[in-house]
Structure formats: structure tokens, C-alpha cells
Design a protein around this ligand. Structure first.
Ligand code: UFG
Length: 329
């Protein structure tokens, strides 16, 4: 299949491109390289540098390639920034997304896989969170993704768009070649591993900050459900076929098991052999206490199951990548 991947130079997008290529698909990537890295796009894929909201560029791509499906990763994704500049999130995640859907409609492309987020749920009323859980986002990032999920519903009803939306919980880990390298790093596992790497080199390190210590969890720190990035990427490729039998489905993607921030630090110590220094800090705005997914729906409907459900293995793959590329791409 000819697949257009927006944000294919980013963390999850690039690993998905790798899996698509491994499975024999032809891939065109559009990425403005603000967060993504040219080096993360395998040479077998065609890379267009630009915005996915640029109608002219999109038309050029749709004219040049017979795009049969779009996997849409590109987005503003940092919860924290979405609280101070929500407009940016609504413009990129909604307005530009609508432009993409419009061009797809003009060219008769009806297959769409969307990167949504656990942040669409807000504070969970129960865990694990399944797909029937109420969606009440507590940050503008989650709100923007939820709005776009609803737009997809209407495109399905009115124009026959087939879509699957994945609510990612916490993507982590790396493939042999591709890993997590954000220009502004806010994610727990890469921060812990970078700190561990610097401690090992005897570099002066700033201690890791653990945000909040009085959450209603066993040790007072936030609990998250970590899913290996390769398992997530594989899910997208299964979804391309799944669209035929489930043309308007939304799925929660995680491992169904929660780990607190302190537990992640402990597992990282086991993997790296480094006792990472940390201190407690204020809670981060927009952070729910516990986010754990039930992915039973996707498992049942597609037969998907994670190859790397064990957090220690997930952290190990991330550590191998960080040790190989300590300065990123
Ligand atoms: N954390 C720290 N210190 C840090 C970084 C993170 O204590 O230096 C904590 C956070 O407060 C949170 C946990 O570690 O409790 C995980 O934080 P991440 O930033 O790694 O991930 P989030 O759970 O905040 O975010 C992820 C995705 C978002 C998505 C969100 C769903 O990256 O895109 O899950 O809420 F929206």
C-alpha cells in the first residue's frame, strides 16, 4: 500500500515507517522537522519537509503518489505547553488536521489512522480505562485530540472515511536503529536514562525531578502504563487492514499494567546499574494520578498482542539506544 505518514520523522512515526517498510509498504513522509529528525527517516521512504496543514504541498504529494492511506502522527503533544498556549494546539491539531482530511477527500483517499491520546480521558473514574470510559480531558492537548476524534466520526458518517484512532498511553523503548530524541525532553524514561548515562560518565548531573509525592497511589507518585514503541507501530499496520472490518473504531493502547514514577526509577537502576539521583518537586499541571489502559478491544478485534510487555525490557531497549546515541540523532 502507498502510505503517507505525517510526523514520520518523529519518535513513534519513524518507528512506524520502519515497520511499514519491513512489511513491504511504500512510504511518503511529511514532517516539518521541528520535532522530528531527518536522520530518523529510513532512506527507503520519501521525505517531504513541510507542514501537514500546507494544502499546496499536500496536493503535490497526492498528485505525485497514489496515496491509499494516511497515518497521522504529526501534532503538538506536550501537555505542559498546551496549558499555557492552547491556541497553538487547536490550530495544529484541529485546523491543520481538517486541511489534511479535506485533501484526502479531494483525492478519494478514505483510509486514516489517527494518533490520539490517553489525555482525552482526563482523571479516570476507574482503571484500567476501556473505550467506554467517559472522556473529560483536563488539559488542552487532550481536548484538541478529542475534538479531532469527533471530527473523524462525522467524516465517517458523511463522507465514508474509514478510520482507527489510537489513544496512546505512554510510548517508550526503541528499535535497534530508532529511539526517543525530543528537542525539549519532558518524558520520564529518557530523562532518567540521560541522567543515568551522565552519572556513569561522572558528569555533574542535575538530579531528576519527581513531580508530586502525594498522589493517591501506593507511593504517592503518578502511575503510568508504558507500551513499547515497536508494539505501537505494529498496531498501526494491523489497523490498515482492520479498517475493512472496523471502519470507525477507537482503541486504547497500553499494556494494562501501571508503574509509579519511583518504580520506573527503580527498574532503570536495575537496567543501567546506576542509582539515579532525584528530588521531589511540585506537581506538574495537567497530570492525572493514574493512567492505565485496557487494550482488550484491539487485542480481540485484530489478534494484536505486545511483543515487549515487560517494562524492564522496554527500558533496556531504550537504554541500548541511548547508550549508542547519547547525543541523539
Ligand atoms: N515525570 C517526572 N519527572 C520528569 C518527567 C516526568 O516525575 O522529569 C512524571 C510525570 O509527572 C508523569 C510521569 O512521570 O507522572 C510520566 O511523564 P511523561 O512526561 O513521561 O508522560 P505523560 O504521562 O505526562 O505523557 C504521556 C504522553 C502524552 C500523553 C500523556 C497522557 O507523552 O502525549 O501520556 O496523559 F498525553
Amino acid at each position: 500500500m502507498n502510505v503517507l505518514v505525517t510526523g514520520g520523522a518523529g519518535y513513534i512515526g519513524s518507528v512506524c515507517v520502519e515497520e511499514l517498510i519491513n512489511q513491504g509498504h511504500s512510504v511518503v513522509v511529511i514532517d516539518n522537522l521541528q520535532e522530528g529528525h531527518r536522520e530518523a527517516v529510513l532512506f527507503e521512504a520519501v521525505l517531504y519537509e513541510g507542514d501537514f496543514g500546507d494544502k499546496k504541498l499536500l496536493k503535490e504529494i497526492f498528485e505525485a503518489y497514489k496515496i491509499e492511506a494516511v497515518i497521522h502522527f504529526a501534532a503538538e503533544t506536550t501537555v505542559e505547553f498546551s496549558m499555557t498556549d492552547p491556541q497553538k494546539y487547536f490550530i495544529n491539531n484541529i485546523v491543520n488536521g481538517i486541511t489534511l482530511l479535506e485533501v484526502m477527500k479531494d483525492y478519494g483517499c478514505k483510509r486514516f489512522i489517527f494518533s490520539s491520546t490517553a489525555a482525552t480521558f482526563g482523571e479516570p473514574e476507574y482503571t484500567p480505562i476501556d473505550e467506554s470510559h467517559i472522556q473529560k480531558p483536563i488539559n488542552a492537548y487532550g481536548e484538541s485530540k478529542l475534538m479531532f476524534e469527533k471530527i473523524l466520526d462525522w467524516h465517517h458518517i458523511a463522507y465514508g472515511l474509514k478510520f482507527n484512532a489510537f489513544r496512546y498511553f505512554n510510548a517508550a523503548g526503541a528499535s535497534a536503529k530508532l529511539g526517543e530524541d525530543h528537542r525539549h525532553e519532558s518524558h520520564l524514561i529518557p530523562i532518567v536514562l540521560k541522567t543515568a548515562y551522565n552519572v556513569r560518565l561522572d558528569k555533574a548531573v542535575r538530579g531528576l525531578k519527581v513531580f508530586g509525592r502525594d498522589y493517591p497511589t501506593t507511593d504517592g507518585t503518578c502511575v503510568r502504563d508504558y507500551i513499547h514503541v515497536v508494539d505501537l507501530a505494529r498496531a498501526h499496520i494491523l489497523a490498515l487492514d482492520n479498517l475493512n472490518s472496523h471502519p470507525n473504531s477507537k482503541y486504547n493502547m497500553g499494556n494494562g499494567k501501571g508503574f509509579s514514577v519511583l518504580q520506573v526509577i527503580e527498574i532503570s537502576k536495575k537496567v543501567t546499574g546506576v542509582d539515579v539521583p532525584y528530588e521531589f518537586a511540585e506537581k506538574r499541571p495537567g497530570d492525572p494520578a493514574i493512567l492505565v489502559a485496557s487494550s482488550d478491544k484491539f487485542r480481540k478485534e485484530t489478534g494484536w498482542s505486545p511483543l515487549y510487555p515487560d517494562l524492564e525490557i522496554i527500558v533496556k531497549t531504550a537504554w541500548e539506544w541511548h547508550s549508542k546515541y547519547p547525543d541523539g540523532y
